[in-house]
Design a protein around this ligand. Structure first.
Ligand code: MN
Length: 728
């Protein structure tokens, strides 16, 4: 897709637009840019000016204002031509100059693959965004055109750019609510990242294209026929579309659905004038088509975190083909399609009290703030990606306010989201009236009440850092520790480092320690060893992240002089005394997925190459197979391991309950889990073909004893047929 954009196209578009533009300023900016870029070429061989023109055109389609269009036209002049920012400012004013400067600064961050540099880039982007959100909107348009013309770039460049677009730009577009831009960025990136899957889906969609179009047309006709005798403020608009290639890919490959199982690959959208009409239309379509159970979502009463609102329902057409219907008002439609850009498209300029704009900006500020309490750049990238994750849950306060949080958020995240002080003072929580542990994962629709301590000095617990899911909560917990107790942090951090060093068998003489850690001190903005300890202590520095690297460094610098370390761990241990697992989060010990051992099970360890020890049950098929093979070299890698006596460990396991399907079944099962104070990490239930129901849950359990008790209780639940540990 490489349209040859011209200034005439742009002028034509401006003249036919409802919005007022300063046409002569835009033409001047074009002439200025065309002259500055004279003689320069794009990789496609076309004159360079095509690119700024295209970017300006994309922004015009989004409905952005005159200054943004001018800045788009000029966005590469300061970077790629002798023109200075001063000149831009003199000719086009402070605003345009500031926008050009913002975009230029973003561009100066080099292309990369490394997460660390990515963090730097994102940090700068967030800062630029917080100064003027239009900077990132220009950058998104710039990236969109570069993606559209990526075929002219060398292969390595294609992959890197596509990767970065998929990881950073598409999520930002999503978070800003710009659906069109987000989907195009995703589809284009996906095309370069997985060309085979892309063309496969494209092909599938192509085969039945006319059939599908006819299907959607029929549905649209049926609906509008039914609407004829209804009273609407204005005639509803009915649109039909097929979802984007990448969203179909995600459903097929990530959620393992076949193309036939993707209910919403066809979507019909109905746009009406008022919220009341939305619900009327919902009633009408449910009357016309059979709704598929559990597929109705009301994003009007509980909007998504990016402010998306609509009613979604999936229904069965006459041909037995399911399709999704989205119902929304025109205003919701503008928000859904243009997101933050709707602001410029539908209003003149920025009105300060616009609450949606404020909410979007609040998110950006929040990310920047959070970055200031974490010194670990890789952590920042991870955090931003989590915050950008498209899936959200909506939880209610006892007063009925809705709070949206990323999926998997715990009670702690919720408490901090409500208020920092509530977070700090949390002692317990109730979900739907029942007490839950603090690491309880909240789900959409639940009502959560936080019980706080009345002690004025009550603060968070360090363990909360691993319970919290959101950046916001973690950052607030860290900053409490950072502020409240430096001495204690130094102590904790030092002890933690010593413990990990011992564990990794790193023995650096005390006087050489600062030198040994010099790079890490710098990396985490620490001036002294104490600063570094403190940073570990409050959780700003994650030891688990840096230890493997430190171990390598240690081996390089010190290991040669010492005895080869191998003997210490890797021995034909079957003949030797057993090791004792005293810490389940021990980084060198992993629990095998194949048999998922629990404390209390008889276990055996396998020494992997470079990934520590993986622990299996003695009944595990993999272990038994190894015994049968009876290969000496292989057997030498199996070792005896044992659990500690202490019952302080807890582990995850999955259970399956099969029962005759009846009303209240899931409730009865969960009640038993809750009573036993067993946290449920995830649960689902479905009907089996034979009429039975299957309930699956991933739970945290202290040991086989507790599991056995639980199973006894579950087996006594009415209509339960069997209770078992899930086979993975
Ligand atoms: Mn550019």
């Amino acid at each position: 897709m490489n349209t040859e954009y011209t200034i005439d196209m742009l002028i034509q578009k401006i003249l036919t637009d409802d919005k007022q533009y300063d046409l002569s300023k835009i033409i001047t900016a074009y002439e200025f840019a065309a002259k500055a870029h004279e003689g320069q070429k794009r990789s496609s061989g076309q004159p360079y000016i095509i690119h700024p023109l295209a970017v300006a055109y994309i922004l015009l389609e989004l409905g952005m204002d005159t200054d943004t269009i001018c800045a788009a036209m000029l966005h590469d002049v300061v970077e790629d031509t002798p023109v200075t920012l001063e000149e831009v400012k003199k000719r086009f004013g402070q605003d345009v100059a500031m926008l050009v400067d913002g975009v230029t600064k973003l561009n100066q961050v080099p292309m990369f693959n490394k997460e660390e540099q990515q963090a730097e880039n994102v940090r700068k982007m967030m800062l630029a965004m917080s100064q003027d959100i239009r900077v990132i909107i220009i950058k998104l348009a710039d990236r969109l055109h570069n993606m559209r013309t990526l075929e002219f770039r060398p292969g390595v460049k294609q992959r890197n750019t596509a990767h970065e677009t998929m990881n950073i730009y598409a999520p930002i577009a999503h978070r800003l609510g710009m659906r069109g831009i987000k989907e195009e960025l995703e589809d284009l990136s996906f095309h370069y990242l997985d060309p085979f899957a892309y063309s496969e889906i494209e092909h599938i969609l192509e085969i039945k294209k006319s059939e599908r179009e006819a299907f959607i047309t029929r549905i649209k006709e049926t609906i509008s026929e039914r609407f004829k005798d209804q009273d609407f403020t204005a005639p509803p608009q009915i649109e039909g579309r097929v979802k984007s290639i990448y969203s179909i890919y995600k459903k097929m490959f990530v959620h393992h659905k076949s193309i036939e199982e993707i209910y919403d690959k066809y979507a019909v959208r109905i746009i009406v004038s008022t919220v009341g009409e939305c619900y009327n239309v919902l009633g009408l379509v449910h009357d016309m088509f059979r709704p598929i159970p559990n597929r109705f979502k009301d994003y009007i009463s509980t909007p998504k975190a990016n402010m998306y609102q609509s009613l979604h329902t999936t229904v069965l057409g006459k041909e037995g083909i399911p399709f999704e219907i989205q119902i929304r008002t025109w205003e919701m439609h503008a928000t859904a399609e243009y997101g933050i850009a709707a602001h410029w498209k539908y209003k003149q300029g920025i009105s300060r009290n616009d609450s949606k704009m404020e909410q979007r900006l609040a998110w950006i500020r929040q990310v920047i703030e959070a970055q200031q309490t974490s010194d670990d750049v890789e952590e920042i990238v991870r955090i931003i990606k989590t915050d950008l994750a498209p899936e959200d849950i909506v939880v209610m306060t006892p007063k009925g306010d809705s709070v949206s949080l990323p999926i998997d958020s715990t009670v702690i995240d919720y408490a901090y989201k409500i208020h920092t002080q509530i977070g700090h003072k949390t002692v317990a929580a109730k979900v739907d009236g029942k007490m839950v542990p603090l690491d309880y994962k909240l789900q959409t629709g639940q009502i959560c009440e936080i019980i706080t301590s009345s002690e004025p000095d009550k603060g968070p617990n360090r363990a909360w850092l691993s319970i919290a899911k959101t950046n916001e909560a973690k950052s607030k917990i860290r900053s409490w520790f950072k502020k409240e107790c430096r001495e204690e942090n130094i102590q904790t951090g030092k002890a933690e480092l010593e413990r990990e060093f011992k564990h990794f068998r790193i023995r650096v003489p005390e006087e050489e320690l600062e030198e040994f850690l010099a790079d890490d001190l710098k990396r985490h903005n620490c001036n002294t060893l104490d600063d570094f300890y403190a940073s570990i202590g409050y959780g700003g520095t994650m030891l688990s992240k840096i230890l493997p690297r430190l171990k390598d460094k240690y081996v390089k610098l010190y290991q040669k002089e010492e005895e080869p370390e191998n003997n210490a761990v890797i021995k034909p241990v079957r003949k030797q005394s057993s090791i004792i697992l005293d810490k389940i989060d021990d980084c060198t010990v992993k629990f095998a997925q194949c048999c998922n051992p629990l404390p209390g099970d008889e276990i055996v360890g396998f020494i992997t190459r470079g990934h520590g020890i993986s622990v299996h049950t003695t009944g595990c098929t993999n272990y038994l197979a190894a015994l049968r093979r009876n290969n000496e070299e292989e057997l030498a890698r199996w070792m005896d391991v044992q659990w500690t006596d202490k019952e302080q460990t807890s582990m995850q396991t999955s259970i399956e309950v099969i029962a005759l399907d009846r009303v209240g079944l899931v409730y009865d099962i969960t009640a038993i889990l809750t009573e036993a104070r067993i946290p449920i990490l995830h649960s689902s239930s479905r009907n089996l073909k034979n009429g039975n129901a299957l309930f699956e849950a991933t739970i945290t359990i202290a040991g086989t004893e507790q599991l056995k008790n639980l199973f006894d209780k579950l087996r006594r639940v009415k209509d339960v047929v069997s209770v078992e540990r899930a086979k993975v």
